[in-house]
Design a protein around this ligand. Sequence first.
Ligand SMILES: Nc1ncnc2c1ncn2[C@@H]1O[C@H](COP(=O)(O)OP(=O)(O)OP(=O)(O)O)[C@@H](O)[C@H]1O
Length: 215
Amino acid sequence: MADGLKTGLALRDVHIGLAGRELVAVDLVIAPGEIVTLMGPSGSGKSSLLGHICGTLPAQFDVSGQVILDGRILDGCPPQDRHVGILFQDDLLFPHLSVGGNLAFALPASIKGKDSRRARVEEALKSADMDGFADRDPATLSGGQRARVALMRVLLSEPCALLLDEPFSKLDSALRDQIRAFVFDLCRKNGLPTLMVTHDPEDGAAAGGRVINLA
Ligand SMILES: Nc1ncnc2c1ncn2[C@@H]1O[C@H](COP(=O)(O)OP(=O)(O)OP(=O)(O)O)[C@@H](O)[C@H]1O
C-alpha cells in the first residue's frame, strides 16, 4: 500500500464501452466499511465494472478513468497484486481440499509456519461459527456453511476492498437474511469498501447504504 492509509475505493470518471457503445459511466468513492449497492438491468455492465476493478475485464472492452484503492492506482496492475476480493453466487470450494485446506489456500505467503497458518484458519472458522470444521469435506456442508466458508476464504486473502456479485441469489430466503447479515457485518468490521451487484432490492435495503442504478 502506498501510504498505509485506508482511504477506500475510488472510481474516478470510469467509463467502460464495448463495440463503440458506452456501457458504464461512474464517478464514485466508497469509504472504508461502506457498502454500495449496484443495480441495473441485465447486460447494463454491472459484472463488467467488477471485472474492471479486479483487473479481469477482457481486452475487447474500452476503458478510461482511474480505479484507486487506498491511494494506489490499480489500472495496469496485475489482478493478484490488486488486493481486491470478489465473492460470486457460485463460489465453489475446491472439492479435493478439506474446509481447512480451502481456507489455508487463500492465506498470503507472508504468513509463514504451519502453526501460524493453522491458527489463522481456526480463527476464521470460529468467527464463522464453524469451530471444528477444518477437516470436513466441503461436500458435506450445508449451503449456508459453504457460503460462510467462501466468504472467510476471501477475507483470509486480506483484501483491501470487497466486490460481491449477486452473492445471495442462490440461497433460500431464511438463509439469505442470515448470510447477508454475516457478510455485511464482516465488511464493516474489517473496514472494507464494498461494492455489491444485485438484482434484489432487498439486498440493497439490508445493506442500508447508497444504491446506484446503471440504466
Ligand atoms: N467476455 C465478454 N466478451 C464480450 N462481451 C461480453 C463479455 N462479458 C460480457 N459481455 C457483454 O457486455 C455487456 C455487459 O455484460 P455484464 O455481464 O457486465 O452485464 P450485467 O449488468 O452484469 O448483466 P447481468 O445482470 O445479466 O449479470 C453485455 O452486452 C454482455 O453481452
